[in-house]
Design a protein around this ligand. Structure first.
Ligand code: GAL
Length: 459
């Protein structure tokens, strides 16, 4: 395989709620995930984020392991309620100090911090008092929080990501109700999506006007998307696959790159899809310095107009019926323990789709990875399947680059096993194994493989 571009950014990623623990310590407020994990039945095995990987206390050890892995960049997120315990108002100094130390330690180890401002741990007070992401002023409230982070960390942080996976927030939290606040609706996801886009754009606007001129960093958003391959060559299935990607990624990327929602959404959703004012369009269009992409899997898409797909195994479920798309997988595809098929060519196709649709943006793969179970045997974790996954997906990434896609960075999800949301600790995505009883860390074979891969691909 050809090597990656010389200045390619190699990193690993995590998020605050999934790894930090110390959920009720040093002035931190509760987040919606702290509350949700306490509702019986919401999270597998009743797992919580109270301790998680205890990264809050062990970050120095974690950074040492990252250094061994040879990564040059680390993507983590800031816990909003650790900085602003009730979401607005007084700053929790201990929270500022924690992230400050973390950032300093990364820089001292020659690892570039890539900081996500919001990876789903909304301050609980904002849910109670302001209706969370449905609230009228939430985008301003988010921008104010972002400004606190820029002011305290922007001297050292040069890469910002506003929001992680707006699609997940809208769909899983407000459409399917499986993430907090657990709401099920076919209207709210579009309102929430709208507010998320505005929140992102307002934070970016603030950064660009008040901070970027002196701090000279970059700011973008990380959206997630699977690939959707037409099930057959029929025009209807091809249109269905395109539509499925528009409802997934176009929903959030079109406003940012084109200034409006995809036509397929406008046509199908009617007045369930809110509209932006001209003023808002001006702020939103062009509001990302790079195209952050989280990618995990691929499915076939077929046109299902007129069919009832609500209860089918791979029906889109809930509001995805708006799309009239029936999803399926090829039974010969290997699956991870998330039941996500491993299809590297889907990754290549998605990268090339983004390259074309959005006019050759700089793409940073902000997450890609897989979950598999492995035991520690004699101090070693042999996770050959994970190595095979990365080999396949990195080859696909390289192929997309050879075909002209402007991919500039890649972050493996995840640096270590962690709290996998509704699955609790039962799904392992890490390059580093964690024993959740002793909290002992053991780099897996894939961590060593990744280190070697990075070394060989410095250009
Ligand atoms: C993403 C998410 C991560 C991680 C990953 C694996 O959607 O950003 O937090 O959980 O999926 O499921």
């Amino acid at each position: 395989m050809q090597s990656f571009p010389k200045d390619f950014i190699w990193g690993t990623a995590t998020s605050s709620f999934q790894i930090e623990g110390a959920s009720n310590e040093a002035g931190k407020g509760f987040s919606v995930w702290d509350a949700f994990t306490r509702i019986p039945g919401k999270v597998l095995n009743g797992d919580t984020g109270d301790v998680a990987c205890d990264h809050y206390h062990r970050f120095e050890e974690d950074i040492r392991l990252m250094k061994q892995m040879g990564v040059k960049a680390y993507r983590f997120s800031i816990s909003w309620p650790r900085i602003l315990p009730t979401g607005t108002g007084a700053v929790n100094q201990a929270g500022i100090e924690f992230y400050s130390k973390l950032i300093d330690c990364l820089l001292a180890n020659d690892i570039e911090p890539w900081v996500t401002l919001y990876h789903w741990d909304l301050p609980l007070a904002l849910e109670f008092e302001k209706d969370g992401w449905l609230g009228e002023n939430i985008s301003d409230i988010f921008a104010d929080y972002a400004a606190v982070c820029f002011a305290h960390f922007g001297d050292r942080v040069k890469n910002w990501i506003t929001i992680n996976e707006s699609w997940v927030i809208a769909m899983l939290s407000y459409g399917q109700g499986i993430f907090p606040p657990g709401r099920v609706s076919n209207i709210e996801p579009y309102q929430v999506g709208h507010n998320l886009i505005k929140a992102h754009a307002k934070a970016v606007d603030l950064y660009r006007t008040k901070f970027q001129p002196s701090q000279k960093g970059r700011i973008g958003i990380a959206n997630n998307c699977d690939w959707r391959e037409p099930l057959t060559d029929s025009a209807a299935d091809k249109a269905a696959a395109e539509r499925a990607i528009e409802f997934f990624l176009g929903w959030f990327a079109d406003p940012i790159y084109k200034g409006h929602y995809p036509a397929s959404m406008v046509e199908r959703l009617g007045d369930r899809l809110p509209t932006f004012t001209e003023e808002e369009v001006k702020m939103i269009k062009g509001s990302s310095d790079f195209f952050g992409l989280n990618h995990y899997t691929t499915m076939y898409a077929a046109d299902s107009t007129g069919l009832d797909t609500k209860d089918s195994v791979f029906g889109n479920g809930g509001i995805s019926e708006d799309q009239d798309v029936q999803l399926s997988v090829d039974p010969s595809w290997k699956m991870t323990t998330m039941n996500w098929s491993i299809v590297p060519w889907g990754f290549q196709k998605l990268l090339e789709w983004i390259d074309q649709r959005y006019d050759h943006p700089e793409i940073i793969v902000t997450e890609n990875g897989c979950s598999f179970d492995h035991e520690v045997v004699g101090g070693q974790v042999n996770d050959q399947e994970r190595i095979d996954f990365y080999k396949g997906y990195l080859a696909a990434c390289q192929a997309a680059i050879s075909n002209g896609a402007n991919v500039k960075g890649y972050f493996a999800w995840s640096f270590m096993d962690n709290f996998e949301w509704a699955f609790g600790y039962s799904r392992r995505f890490g390059l580093t194994h964690i024993n959740f009883e002793t909290l002992e860390r053991t780099p897996k074979a894939s961590a060593k493989w990744f280190a070697e891969f990075i070394r060989n691909n410095k250009g």
